[in-house]
Ligand binder design. Structure first.
Ligand SMILES: Nc1ncnc2c1ncn2[C@@H]1O[C@H](COP(=O)(O)OP(=O)(O)OP(=O)(O)O)[C@@H](O)[C@H]1O
Ligand SMILES: [Mg+2]
Length: 468
């Protein structure tokens, strides 16, 4: 559909105007050539006629010569018989004598030059047809009054060969213009096709993307704007495919994460149900059920936060707060867990840092997320170091470093993206850092990650202190 529209628009807008212009050029060219040839012919006839007139005038003025015999002699001895013909008009407005010897029965209608000369008393000019149908040009001069029976002299030239020339030139002009038009049409169609075909291809590929098939890519043919569009669309498809894959991965990890505590809760509930009299089992079971429920509700909270962030309904409950208290809490929560996994957490708490205006629960949530990652992505024997210091007079800086698996250079820029997981060997939904980064940004701070693959990772959080 679009191909027809663009091509048609191009045909009408571009080719239409050019055709009209070329048509005008051809017509004006033909008129110009015609007028040039005819005016040269007229000039020639007029000059010959002037010559004849002056000879006859001389004879008219000379009483020793016979005017009528001079007229006859001029006609009979006319030297340019091959090009022009002299016709002498008699008193009765008929041709009485010609240089060719053949006297045509010319009627007065085909002698406009003569009637013109009679009406203005001097000379006349005519382009038209003789009674025989031949296309001619004629000039006519009235003879001075005399008694020879001759009233005027016409000089007639056939235009047949001039017309043939004009037709040949006109034809050549038209052929050249047609060839130009054809070439323009071909090059234009090629150009339009070079746009329309890739655009259709992009359109049909985009339709497949819309239906969820991201496997196809557009082949880029040229390094121009269309090529750039192909690159952009291909890139968009890769990103969509990645985000689709991440979303699926997210759903499966979240389901997995939710199922694990649920399995534990269900298992312990059944165990307690089957031996309610065993106080030790009941106590242990209740403890596990309690802690697993806590883990579940934390996960659901995190998912809800994430969803609120996506909808723009995530808000902070800001108060003046001591950042060290929240950091201390987060470290404390994880120290035991780390010890169980054979990981050492080192934290030398500074005496005091300036207050921050922020949401203490959210800030603690950030520390928990980051420390959780540091432990999760470290192996037995690893160390997690937590530091809190002043980056400058107005900014608090928290560094959380580990000696874990690290993040490769190509994954590093993406780990803060939602659902993105660089490491699929550990459990996780891939939203912890996205949420943490959003919370810190909402506090006017920054969360940066530096890492060396296989060596360890450092997360640097900067938060501005409370002013005034
Ligand atoms: N300290 C770290 N060491 C190595 N890799 C890390 C570290 N922190 C984050 N990552 C990488 O960044 C990815 C994203 O981290 P993020 O905290 O957002 O998700 P997650 O830990 O996989 O899941 P969640 O935190 O939502 O349970 C992780 O999957 C992991 O590959
Ligand atoms: Mg995490």
């Amino acid at each position: 559909m679009s191909r027809l529209t663009i091509t048609r628009r191009w045909l009408v807008n571009n080719l239409g105007v050019i055709s009209a212009m070329l048509f005008a050029v051809v017509i004006s060219g033909i008129l110009l050539v015609r007028s040039y040839y005819y005016s040269s012919a007229k000039q020639y006839l007029t000059s010959r006629m002037n010559m004849v007139s002056s000879i006859l005038q001389r004879s008219y003025n000379d009483p020793s010569t016979s005017f009528s015999s001079e007229v006859r002699s001029v006609a009979v001895n006319w030297s340019e018989k091959d090009k022009t013909e002299i016709m002498v008009v008699g008193d009765k407005e008929n041709i009485t004598l010609t240089s060719s010897g053949f006297v045509p029965a010319e009627n007065i209608d085909s002698m406009t030059d003569y009637t013109q000369a009679v009406s203005n008393g001097a000379n006349g000019y005519y382009i038209g047809k003789m009674s025989t149908g031949e296309h001619i040009m004629a000039v006519c001069v009235l003879l001075p009054e005399n008694d020879s029976g001759y009233s005027a002299i016409r000089l007639v030239s056939s235009l047949e060969s001039v017309d043939r020339h004009i037709s040949a030139i006109s034809l050549a002009l038209a052929v050249i213009c047609l060839a130009v038009l054809l070439m323009m049409m071909l090059s234009g169609l090629y150009f339009v096709k070079s746009i329309v075909i890739p655009v259709r291809q992009i359109g049909s590929t985009a339709r497949r993307y819309a239906m969820g098939d991201f496997s196809v890519r557009i082949t880029k043919k040229n390094d121009d704007e269309i090529g750039e569009l192909c690159d952009i669309v291909n890139h968009m498809a890769s990103e969509l495919a990645l985000s689709e894959a991440m979303k699926n991965e997210f759903i499966s990890s979240v389901s997995h994460e939710l199922r694990t505590p649920l399995t534990a809760i269900k298992g312990w509930a059944e165990t307690i149900g089957s031996m309610p009299e065993d106080a030790e089992t009941v106590t242990k079971g209740m403890r596990v059920i309690g802690s697993e429920s806590e883990r579940l509700s934390q996960m659901v909270e995190e998912l809800l936060d994430f969803s609120r962030m996506q909808n723009g309904r995530f808000s902070l409950d800001k108060t003046t707060m001591d950042i060290l208290a929240e950091l201390g809490d987060a470290v404390l929560i994880y120290t035991e867990k780390a010890k169980r996994e054979g990981i050492e957490v080192i934290y030398n708490e500074p005496d005091m840092l300036p207050f921050v205006y922020g949401d203490k629960n959210r800030i603690r949530q950030v520390f928990i997320n980051v420390i959780d990652n540091a432990i999760k992505y470290s192996d037995k024997g690893g160390t997690v170091t937590v530091q809190a210091l002043m980056a400058d007079a107005e900014t608090i800086q928290i560094n959380i470093s580990d000696t874990g698996c690290g993040i490769s250079q190509q994954d590093l820029p993406k780990v803060k993206t939602k659902f993105y997981k660089a490491n699929h060997t550990r459990r996780g939904s891939g939203i912890g850092l996205a949420v943490a980064d959003e919370i810190i940004t909402m506090h006017g701070g920054s969360l940066d990650i530096s890492s060396e693959y296989g060596k360890g990772t450092t997360v640097t959080i900067k938060i501005p202190i409370q002013k005034n």
